[in-house]
Design a protein. Structure first.
Length: 325
């Protein structure tokens, strides 16, 4: 799929639970950003975590997003020119990218155990990137690597992160510059059990699916320089990024899948009008002055980046009571 001047955005949920209002908020804004400019939407299921992903969640999230009023041009349910659109079916693309990076001398095997990495995670670290990896295995020679393998140690694959800073202009947050050493250092591309890492899968998929506009929560911001670095090393251009504020509960905690009462599935089962949910999210986004019931398509004329809040947004209990009335 070739990139065009029109936006090509994506909805990329992980089927590890039911979609909550915080997910719906980010997906609605991504949908509005693309559709308001006559752009396309790709639905991609990010199910590379075999321990947590479930097919029933995948089916439910597609149903729930359609129920909310969102649609897409390509996806696992309708196909498209850059499929498959389920990450667990895209192993050959990740393997090809890994091979390209390995042949360029940009990767190395890491034999650090989970216990050792957990001990690192107990140390102070930067934002949401996890504990900085100190490069323990970065300079192992061939003999040391062979000894580890003979001893039964399995290796993950890490990227030799470039030292040059990564800069980009975020649509909402403005100019951003990151040093990868401050974002956790050399990061994993593939786990020791062969499961590809999130950063590699997302970068490869965005490139091959022609994604040129990524709208997602600000909690993913520390991942963006990693993905841009991978895209550059693999010879691809990077999309534009907009990291939107998060939805918080009344106590100021980030909405998560543990908030079962805020899942679309629960609200749907309670008979809530999906347009009421869209209206509430549109009001919280500054796109409509009231929380009136409205469809995503009806919000399109109001969408503008300048209207969106820059700070996280709190969902009050009164908002939920109004939904459930």
């Amino acid at each position: 799929m070739r990139q065009s001047l029109r936006p090509c955005g994506r909805l990329a949920p992980s089927p590890t639970g039911h979609i909550h209002l915080g997910n719906a908020w980010a997906f609605l804004l991504a949908w509005l950003a693309a559709r308001s400019q006559g752009g396309q939407i790709v639905m991609r299921l990010e199910d590379i975590d075999p321990q947590r992903s479930r097919p029933e969640y995948a089916a439910h999230l597609l149903e729930d997003l359609h129920w909310l009023g969102l649609d897409w041009d390509y996806g696992p349910d309708i196909g498209g020119p850059a499929g498959p659109y389920t990450q667990s079916d895209r192993g050959k693309f990740y393997a090809s990218a890994l091979k390209q990076l390995e042949e360029a001398g940009l990767t190395y095997p890491c034999f650090c155990t989970r216990k050792e990495l957990r001990q690192l995670a107990a140390a102070p670290h930067i934002d949401d990137t996890g504990a900085p990896y100190p490069g323990t295995c970065r300079n192992l020679n061939d003999e040391q690597i062979e000894a580890m393998l003979r001893g039964g140690r399995r290796a993950s694959i890490r990227l030799r992160c470039p030292r040059a800073p990564i800069s980009f202009d975020d649509i909402l947050l403005g100019p951003q510059t990151f040093s990868l050493s401050d974002c956790g250092g050399d990061f994993a591309l593939c786990r020791s059990d062969g499961v590809v890492a999130y950063q590699l899968a997302v970068a490869v998929d965005d490139a091959l699916m022609g994604i040129n506009q990524v709208v997602r929560g600000r909690d993913i911001l520390p991942s963006t320089p990693r993905q841009i670095a991978l895209l550059q090393l693999l010879g691809y251009g990077a999309p534009s990024y907009a990291h939107v504020p998060l939805l918080l509960d009344e106590e100021g905690e980030r909405l998560a899948k543990r908030h079962n009462s805020l899942s679309l599935r629960y609200l749907r089962e309670q008979g809530v009008n999906p347009h009421s949910i869209v209206g509430l999210l549109g009001m919280l986004a500054g796109l409509d002055v009231s929380a009136r019931a409205i469809s995503p398509s009806e919000l399109l004329p109001a969408f503008a980046w300048s209207r969106l809040p820059r700070q996280d947004v709190r969902v009050e209990n009164s908002h939920l009571r109004e939904l459930l009335q």
